[in-house]
Design a protein around this ligand. Structure first.
Ligand SMILES: NC(=O)NC(NC(N)=O)C(=O)[O-]
Length: 374
């Protein structure tokens, strides 16, 4: 039996949870196969939203649950599912979240991984109430012969009470993986599976004939630090596409040092002290020539202004390393802002820092440039 999972009651949330979720439906994570979906389908594991629970909601199969829940097993074996990650990637740790599964939580789980070099079909339709047969599994060509390696061994889980629902497990193997097999022992419910790490695209297959978004999480970029993430984590800014809701962006708390009454200086410039920053390490270094800042859905709470610095360092940047890439620009509500002439040529960088003033929200940052693949 592996170590007991780290309980959130210890207020010891592991650092790996700051990384990107590599299986989220938001980036195309999908369920390829599940042994049983009686009460609730395995697709729920990959939802972006936090779990919800309505004590009065029942379906024709039983209590409605927001997660993956199988039947009480009356046949030999255990339940498991196969998930294709939204991107090939390196896993640093996982959270097997049992929120709201109490008398029906999965008592133990393990996680296996494989690298399969083809895109498998997403299973069709709503599988609620079905149990997959061995033939169903064999029909998913390529999975049977996959070489599965265990990265989380058989481990006890905590039930889904608020104080204990996160079951964190670090992963030490730093190879690149594409698929996961989540085993529940023997049956029961898991609300969400979060797989934290860094996307690892195959740069030899990427067409470099046009500028590439080197800030994109799908290109391997991840957040290494921030001053405030009260309403939304800065990593949301490097997600794919435009955001569809305010939650899917970086939003800080209102600064508590803001003046009781705002004033203007002698040039009629509003005095709004303070700023918030987030630092990112790029998946591939490069020279940035165009930047987009999007404040989609931030209307009464968009960041008033923003600037971006960059640097190229081994290890962590120090204050002296930063060079101005995009000098302070004024932002407006719910809008895409594009910068080209304003972007300074500071050479190849591998880190960037976004600073908003004084506080508020930015939904996306795109840093277009030429990757330096040397
Ligand atoms: N009340 C329940 O949740 N019962 C069962 N689960 C569902 N979802 O109905 C169960 O015991 O496994």
């Amino acid at each position: 039996m592996a170590d007991e999972p780290i309980s959130e009651t210890q207020r010891d949330i592991p650092k790996f949870t700051e990384l990107n979720d590599l299986v989220s439906e938001k980036i195309g994570g999908k369920v390829i196969f599940a042994t049983d979906d009686w009460f609730a389908t395995a697709e729920n594991l990959l939802k972006v939203s936090e779990t919800s629970f309505d004590p009065d909601a029942f379906t024709e199969y039983g209590k409605e649950m927001d997660g993956w829940e199988t039947r009480r097993k009356r046949i030999p074996g255990h339940d498991w599912c196969i998930i294709q990650m939204g991107t090939p990637g390196i896993i640093h740790g996982v959270d097997i979240d049992t929120s709201f599964f109490t008398g029906n939580y999965t008592p133990a789980a393990s996680l296996q991984v494989a690298c399969i070099d083809k895109d498998l079909p997403k299973r069709e339709g709503d599988r609620m109430g079905t149990a997959a047969s061995a033939d169903d599994f064999k029909a998913v060509e390529g999975l049977e012969s996959a070489k599965w390696q265990e990265v989380v061994s058989f481990s006890k889980l905590q039930p889904g009470y608020k104080s204990s629902c996160h079951n964190y497990f670090p992963v030490t193997n730093r190879q690149k993986w594409t698929h996961l097999r989540l085993n529940m022992f023997p049956d029961g419910g898991i609300a969400r599976l979060r797989v934290y790490g860094q996307a690892a695209p195959d740069w030899t297959k990427i067409q470099i004939s046009q500028l590439i978004d080197l800030a994109a999480m799908l290109n391997g970029t991840f957040c290494v630090g921030y001053s405030n993430a009260h309403f939304g984590h800065p990593r949301n800014m490097i997600g794919p596409g435009r955001s569809s809701i305010m939650k899917d962006g970086w939003e800080t708390a209102r600064r508590l040092d803001r003046p009781a009454v705002l004033t203007v200086d002698e040039n009629n410039v509003l005095q709004v002290p303070g700023s918030e920053s987030a630092v990112f390490k790029m998946g591939c270094p490069g020279r940035i020539t165009k930047i987009e800042l999007d404040t989609a859905h931030f209307k009464g709470n968009y960041a008033d202004s923003c600037y971006i610095e960059g640097c190229s360092v081994d290890g962590s940047p120090t204050e002296a390393d930063w060079k101005m890439l995009l000098p302070k620009v004024k932002l407006s509500a719910h809008k895409q802002h594009y910068y080209c002439d304003e972007v300074s040529d500071i050479g190849v960088i591998n880190h960037f820092r976004v600073t908003m003033a004084p506080d508020g929200g930015i939904s996306r940052v795109r840093m277009l440039g030429e990757p330096d693949l040397k």
